[in-house]
Design a protein around this ligand. Structure first.
Ligand code: NAD
Length: 450
């Protein structure tokens, strides 16, 4: 027979906290109320143009045109197949072009959505706000540290809205996590941990290029932007996330969602002071130059935030805020609050396993006399789960952007916030490539070795 119990086994068999947690409540979270479509004067309508109608842009377009008082008047993409796709989605007359400048010059357009690869974000956002248009730009906001500061400066100079597309900050799920944290539900914060794993080619960005892609159907030269010029390669077009010349790796693709959600929930709006990251190209040796396994540890104030991303093994995405009074766990469809009393709820196994019999019996007698609750006053520490649609639902985030355009009330995730979230990702990437801890130097706006 096994003599020694681990701490976890002890709690499970002793009917302590773990037993009490069997009781759990589930509460449904209501999504942000979006009014139904309403007929109104044409002048009330928000008309937008979209730049980039690929995997994400198609979803943004499909969702935006379901919002009341919002219509798409033009779509731009460098690949003609996406003009066809945009027309199929809108299912109404729509002007399409390869040149986004035409959308900036179009006086009918109130605002823009940009869902282009990361290496194009800076140029399009800066040009958009300089032309007097608000813009919703996909995450990660920037492709480099310098890009992010150019974008925040352009937002500030023009007073136009930039909303970054990390939609979790508008989700009811993260909203609930933020509320619980503000109410002190878990006491003093000790640690935040997040992890996510995938294990399939699509999850690792090995997307199939469109079969008709050629230098006739795509402006390949323009697509490359300021990246070093390469011969036409459909794989670069479809799988750009794999290469640092265009994308920002798992950090900019996935970690940025986690970090934006964590920053939002904790009311943080700053880059981490320090980051340490490790990883490698351990699973998908397909010529990529960005890691497919990336574990990063960040320092925000005195709280460590630890994020583990792995494209080699599938595991659910979770973020856990841990504090002295329990933890809050955020998953795609729910946020669960697990309270912990933070006191011994059973006699200490140190005493029960290491005191001689007489001493042990005396200890147990005294412990129970001091701690056993009178009948009817037992600790009831039930976990509560709040279920929402998904923290990745685009609708509320897009709705808030269009409402900001309409009302001129500030957007929920501006370029300053987007820059800070992206800086965490750039620091994780720099730390990985430099094989060194890095810090963010606010004075020179640059990443330094720690
Ligand atoms: N918020 C999210 O959950 C989420 C999800 C997926 C992607 N994204 C982000 O959306 C952006 C786009 O990703 P994607 O997967 O849709 O990429 P994609 O390659 O599928 O689509 C990008 C499209 O942009 C077009 N394009 C590139 N440069 C252009 C330019 N200068 N002018 C006009 N069109 C141009 C391309 O031709 C392509 O059709 C990325 O920044 C990505 O990180 C966000």
């Amino acid at each position: 027979m096994k003599k020694n119990f681990s701490r976890r086994e002890f709690l499970q068999t002793s009917g302590g906290v773990a037993g009490a947690l069997a009781a759990a409540n589930t509460i449904r979270l209501e999504a942000e109320a979006i009014p139904p479509a309403r007929p109104g004067p044409a002048s009330d309508r928000i008309r937008f143009g979209i730049i980039g109608v690929g995997m994400q842009g198609s979803g943004l377009l499909t969702t935006s045109i379901t919002l009341p008082g919002v219509e798409c008047v033009a779509a731009c993409d460098l690949y003609d197949g996406r003009h066809t796709l945009a027309k199929e989605i809108v299912n109404a007359p729509l002007s399409t072009t390869r040149r986004y400048q035409e959308l900036l010059d179009n006086k009918e357009i109130d605002c823009l959505i940009a869902a282009v690869p990361d290496h194009w974000h800076r140029q399009i956002v800066v040009d958009a706000v300089n032309s007097g248009k608000d813009i919703y730009c996909e995450k990660p906001m920037s492709h480099s540290v310098a890009d992010g500061f150019d974008m925040t400066a352009a937002q500030q100079k023009t007073g136009k809205f930039v909303q970054v597309g990390s939609q979790r900050v508008s989700s009811a799920i993260y909203g609930k996590a933020k509320e619980l944290l503000a109410q002190g539900a878990i006491g003093d914060l000790c640690l935040v941990e997040g992890s996510l794993g995938r294990n399939d080619p699509t999850g690792a960005w090995e997307y199939p290029p469109p079969p008709d892609l050629s230098t006739q159907t795509l402006d390949w030269d323009m697509w490359q932007g300021t990246a070093p010029k390469r011969a036409f390669d459909p794989l670069l077009f479809a799988r750009w996330r794999c290469w640092k010349e265009y994308g920002t790796g798992v950090a900019g693709d996935l970690l940025v969602h986690m970090i934006s959600g964590i920053m939002f929930a904790l009311n943080l709006n700053e880059p981490p002071q320090r980051a340490m990251a490790m990883g490698g190209i351990l699973r998908w040796k397909d010529g990529r130059n960005m890691p497919d396994v990336h574990a990063s540890l960040f320092e925000y104030g005195n709280v460590p935030i630890y994020a583990r991303l792995n494209l080699g093994t599938e595991s659910p995405e979770v973020v856990r805020f841990q504090g002295a009074k329990g933890y809050i766990e955020v998953s795609e469809g729910a946020v669960t609050h697990v309270p912990q009393p933070g006191v011994d709820t059973s006699p200490s196994y140190y005493a029960t396993q290491s005191f001689p019999r007489a001493m042990r019996q005396e200890y147990l007698k005294q412990w129970h006399a001091e701690h056993d609750p009178p009948p009817g006053q037992e600790l009831l520490e039930a976990a509560t789960t709040y279920r929402g649609v998904s923290y990745d639902e685009l609708k509320p985030h897009l709705w808030r952007f269009f409402e900001a355009v309409r009302t001129r009330k500030p957007v929920v995730e501006d370029a300053v916030f987007g820059n800070h979230a992206a800086l965490a990702c750039h620091m994780a990437n720099e730390s990985y490539f430099r094989k060194s801890a890095v810090t963010f130097d606010k004075a020179s706006k640059s990443i330094k070795n720690s």
